[in-house]
Design a protein around this ligand. Structure first.
Ligand code: SF4
Ligand code: SF4
Length: 401
């Protein structure tokens, strides 16, 4: 079978929901974490975002609508735990602790249990206590393509022998803050998500080490998070390259812990996202830097010509270079594509009915999209409309949340 035939079969299987991800392994290879846009800004002198910090214009922007002093104070504070708890993200940072980050620390002896269902249940239970709103588990194949070859410092990455599973944890973001994107409150919930990721993965990893197993906590480092979350049954890929979870939509951050603790794995889910994204395109329309594609179907290669995109996966590629440039211009992150995504809206009866039909009757997708647009027109309802930052600070109650 030639590449073209196998791609056609993969596309078919993907569209029918038989496989969660379509990857042409003759093209798609593990790539370096240094190619990620956030790593490239530190070393790639040819990129216009080289050495440009997201908040470099903080001083000139403060006082403008949506960019208050308290906003910047809260945004910087929200990142505080993430930025100072470097050990939580194991591969990119100096190992300051005398405790090994991967090896067992238990004095009680190894916890032996062949009951995989029970093992997964305790991991999921404790994951919730550690701050995750949803936990999924997947297995790493021997030729797993979503691990980076190198970290940001260009050190090679290989997981220690025996590591076979990934525990993927979602951290919920604040919808009211997201509704103000691209203004500052949306960045507050982003930073806060990363800080809570640090807490969740550090605690989960230490829990596993105390059971006598290896554990490597990771945020955006070590490997790609979205494919892992998809394989762990936590959602599907959206047009903007982010995870869409059936309950929280895109209002989540993803972190993971790699381990050799034997676990029962979860199965991927299909609740109609790919079909819906084909007609929706809202994220593309509302993207201020026009970094998201409008094509009906995903593609196998990035049209953007950026080596931050890894070709050979069937998806809608995002222009991460122009996206990051907008962040610099905005002087804080942007979450517009998350904000406008119909799946991000909080649960409620109308929304749940729509989700049911999106899953079971995709031919009605255009209708739900129209209704979603229509509901935003009621001024008293402002369903899914952008809010100004003052509303966030006033703390007024929002519909459905
Ligand atoms: S984060 Fe903002 S700029 Fe980047 S792709 Fe999403 S909408 Fe566009
Ligand atoms: S906004 Fe629409 S097209 Fe974009 S990810 Fe969400 S559902 Fe898909």
């Amino acid at each position: 079978m030639n590449t073209l035939d196998s791609r056609k079969n993969l596309e078919k299987a993907f569209k029918k929901g038989k496989i969660p991800l379509a990857v042409d392994k003759s093209v798609y290879k593990r790539f370096s974490g240094r190619n990620m846009i956030f790593a490239r800004v530190m070393w790639d002198e040819t990129y216009s975002g080289y050495r440009r910090a997201i908040n470099e214009k903080e001083g000139t922007k403060v006082g403008m609508k949506g960019y208050s002093q308290e906003g910047y104070a809260a945004m910087n504070a929200a990142w505080m735990v993430h930025d100072n708890f470097r050990q939580a993200f194991s591969w990119d940072n100096p190992r300051e602790s005398t405790t090994s980050l991967t090896q067992s620390t238990t004095k009680l002896g190894k916890f032996f249990s062949t009951n995989l269902k029970k093992n997964s249940a305790i991991v999921k239970r404790i994951g919730k206590v550690f701050g995750s709103c949803s936990v999924g588990i997947t297995e790493l194949n021997p030729d797993y393509p979503y691990l980076y070859t190198h970290n940001r410092k260009n050190d090679p990455i290989e997981l220690p022998k025996g590591i076979k599973f990934a525990i993927v944890m979602l951290i919920q973001m604040d919808y009211q803050a997201l509704k103000t994107s691209p203004a500052l409150p949306a960045s507050i919930t982003t930073g806060n998500g990363y800080s809570r990721m640090a807490f969740a993965i550090a605690s989960m990893a230490d829990f596993l080490r105390n059971l006598g197993y290896q554990a490597i906590p990771a945020g955006n480092d070590t490997g790609l998070s979205v494919p892992l979350a998809v394989e762990a049954g936590l959602g599907q890929f959206g047009r903007n390259g982010l995870l869409i979870n059936p309950k929280y939509g895109q209002a989540v951050r993803i972190c993971k812990v790699y381990t050799d603790f034997p676990l029962e794995i979860d199965q991927p889910i299909d609740f109609g996202v790919t079909q819906f994204c084909r007609v929706c395109k809202k994220c593309a329309k509302y993207c201020p830097s026009q970094s998201i594609l409008y094509d009906d179907d995903p593609t196998w290669e990035s049209p953007w010509g950026s080596f931050s995109n890894n070709n050979g996966a069937y998806k809608w590629y995002v222009n991460v270079e122009t996206c990051y440039e907008f962040w610099v211009k905005n002087s804080t992150e942007c979450s517009n594509c998350i904000r406008v995504c119909p799946f991000t809206k909080p649960p409620g009866l109308a929304h749940d009915v729509a989700r049911f039909f999106i899953k079971h009757l995709p031919m009605l997708d255009p209708l739900w999209l129209r209704l979603d647009n229509l509901m935003a027109l009621f001024p008293w309802w402002r369903y899914g409309k952008k809010d100004n930052a003052d509303k966030f600070w006033e703390g007024k109650k929002y519909l459905g949340k």
